[in-house]
Design a protein. Sequence first.
Length: 354
Amino acid sequence: MFLFKKIIVCCFSALLIVTLSFSNLFATTLIGKITGINGDEFYIEMSSKELPRKGDPVSIILDLDGEGFEAGKAEVIEASKSKVTAKTTEGSASIDMKVLIQTGRNLKKKDISINTNAPALHRCDELTADPNDDNHVGPTVKYDDIDAAQAIRACKDAVKEYPGTVRFIYQLSRAFVAGKEQEKKMHYLKKAIELEYPAAINEMGRLYVVGENVSKDYDKALKWIRRAAELGESVAIYNLGYMYRNGKGVTEDHEQAVIWYIKAAGQGFAQAQYVLGWMNEQGEESIAKDEYIAAKWYRKAAEQGHKRSQYRLGRMYDNGNGVSEDDREAAKWYRKAAAQDNEQAKKILAELEN
């Protein structure tokens, strides 16, 4: 059974000095950097004049705070003075990642497997899973509820043990936010973005919207959010609708906003369902007033625990708008909203009790 081993990487004179333990001591370790990607193939810039050979095994290295961890493996498929190309066989690669290539006449390919089989639920997930990450595992945690010390420790362990599981890298960035270590947050966020993690890409867009860690820039925000939306991330699809609705980085277009809201709502994103409920209830912008449709959207979000939707659905039952008037149903939804500290629902319940 293969046991994952850390690859020790130190920086010296702008070159990586790499120490590895391989069974064949006559093999030569060549170092390179990924300069381009085309599907599952990538191009390598070598650090020395010596070239690998076709078929040589390649380790793709993820650098985390000066320590290297194998994030993928590949095989050289072309090697010439003008171009070295490899094909990914496991894990993932991104531009500027380092690679280690084992080459030598007598080299027997070592069965290097990477530990990407993360458990169904890791302690890192329990402490930092993002409510807006479509790829989260288990219950989610808001930023204010993250125990920074425990989360940083757990997610560092997760990244080192399962470097091919990018959500742990993203969640480590969230842990550093909770610990008010913004520089480290950005470091790991960018690493997750390099590996095309949709929630991380959307988060970068959000930072440009609010001007957090970066200067506020709606044009750049739109670029990042659109990129995440094109990857199918629900919160990014909703955010793109928000950008169109409010003319942030793009010409205001309510019809386009509705299209993106409906797409996000169709993927189960509760905030999008709530917004569509509100727009239908009010007859706002490009949507005709339809309280029946509004109630349907509110219900979808309310059943996911969205407190404002729970309150609005309670109001609709209270007044018989879009649904049959039903005091018991109204009280049920008011209680659910009040249990999540919705002040309007609390006030109504207090009035009912008096």
